[in-house]
Write a protein that binds this ligand. Structure first.
Ligand code: FAD
Ligand code: GLY
Length: 373
């Protein structure tokens, strides 16, 4: 017998979990289907930086408002998740220090320096902020609002808060097919059939398999990122360090997260010795003392990259009621709240900024290539 839902969310990473959270809070009947464990895809691999400013190059002036809105939504979500579930998503203030090694680099980053909450520090001021910082700096940009969360916990927080608000969470349940029948969606899962009024595909880079079947081609490819963690009991570090898309992020338990490589088109999730070597080389340039810190572990994850670098968020142009929210590449943790809220607003028929609608249109990247490089 078919079971029924109002909204079926496919994927229990940070994006699907945030969508379930906003929908359930708005009173929708939600069922979330996750093929594995909640948060076990790319989300578990992330560093957790909410880099609306440090990732400015990725957004540009047009989409900065999208990233910034999400960063701000985290404050409210953090408090609400804590109140509902008792879960602390470990949103740590302290911000981020974007290191600048040359005058040319400083000139290239001048657009970030004019944004809210951003301060230029000369070399002496930067060294005062972080003892043990490399001596070869021109200076650094301090970004107060580019704080970080612990991604797996944030994902669990969204998911648990969704559940407390009425969503049903189906882990280890793969969605195998979606078809429209008599005005409803029929959802074939590894544990039986469901019907729903709305479906949201939020399966990260693995969404390709479902998107291809609904005529949207395979618009995503993986960009593998390798990371390591070390123990730091030496250097008091309350902010993340960032340079050239490499970073060192302090967690609250004396761990430093060091990342990450960018390997296009690689679907494997094992870190390689070469990858670890490359991230260590970059980390050493920022914080030379890191070399002596005890090694804890290494891992890798797959960023869901779209061909034009922007996520797919919106409704299928022909299949009304079928939404997609995937392809958040290197910023899915940051962009989870605004994506969840945007999908909820679209389902509720509320206004969403036209510039976001146009930028994230889900049919803009149609291609049938298997893996895009
Ligand atoms: P995922 O987390 O991959 O979740 C998708 C889920 O859908 C998976 O759990 C999968 O099992 C499930 N699924 C897929 N198909 C189906 C199906 N048919 N049926 C049921 N379930 C299905 N972002 C930041 O904002 N800040 C960072 O600091 C940051 N650091 C990163 C560091 C690294 C090394 C990497 C690799 C990524 C980083 N990211 C960061 C990016 C971030 O991890 C991703 O953008 C984000 O996790 C994407 O979330 P998602 O929910 O779309 O995908
Ligand atoms: N946003 C950090 C990363 O993707 O590595």
């Amino acid at each position: 017998m078919k079971q029924s839902s109002e909204v079926a969310v496919v994927g229990g990473g940070i994006i699907g979990s945030a969508i379930a959270y906003y929908l359930a809070k708005a009173g929708h009947r939600v069922d979330l289907f996750e093929a594995g464990q909640i948060g076990s895809g790319s989300t578990r691999a992330a560093a957790g930086m909410l880099g609306a400013h440090s990732e400015y190059k990725e957004f540009g002036a047009l989409l900065y408002s999208f990233a910034r809105t999400s960063q701000q939504l985290y404050e409210e979500a953090e408090a609400d998740i804590r109140a509902l579930t008792g879960i602390d998503i470990e949103r740590r203030t302290g911000g981020l220090l974007q290191l600048v090694f040359t005058a040319e680099e400083r000139a290239r980053l001048s657009d970030i320096c004019s944004l809210e909450g951003v301060t230029w520090l000369d070399r002496a001021a930067a060294e005062k902020e972080v003892p043990g910082l490399t001596k070869s700096l021109e200076g650094a940009i301090h970004i107060a609002d580019d704080v970080h969360v612990t991604p797996a916990i944030a994902c669990r927080g969204f998911c648990s808060a969704a559940k407390i608000s009425g969503a049903r969470i189906h882990a280890f349940t793969r969605v195998e097919g979606i078809a429209k029948e008599d005005g409803q969606y029929r959802i074939q899962t590894s544990k039986g059939e469901w019907q729903a009024e709305y479906v949201v595909i939020a399966g990260g880079v693995w969404s390709n398999a479902l998107l291809q079947r609904i005529g949207l081609g395979t618009p995503m490819y993986p960009v593998k990122g390798e990371c390591i963690a070390v123990t730091n009991t030496e250097i008091p570090l309350s902010c993340s360090l960032f340079h050239d898309q490499h970073y060192i992020v302090p967690r609250n338990n004396d761990e430093l997260i060091i990342g990450a490589t960018k390997v296009r088109g690689d679907w494997s999730t094992e870190p390689t010795s070469g990858g670890i070597h490359r991230v260590m080389e970059k980390a050493r340039q920022m914080l030379p003392g890191i070399d002596k810190m005890p090694f804890l572990r290494s891992w890798a994850g797959l960023r869901p990259q779209t061909i034009d670098g922007k996520p797919l968020i919106g409704e299928h142009p022909e299949m009304k009621g079928l939404f997609i929210a995937a392809g958040h590449q290197r910023n899915g943790i940051l962009l989870a709240p605004v994506t969840g809220k945007m999908i909820c607003d679209l389902i509720d028929g509320k206004a969403v900024p036209e510039v976001w609608m146009e930028a994230f249109r889900v049919d803009r990247l149609h291609t049938d290539e298997e893996v895009l490089m």
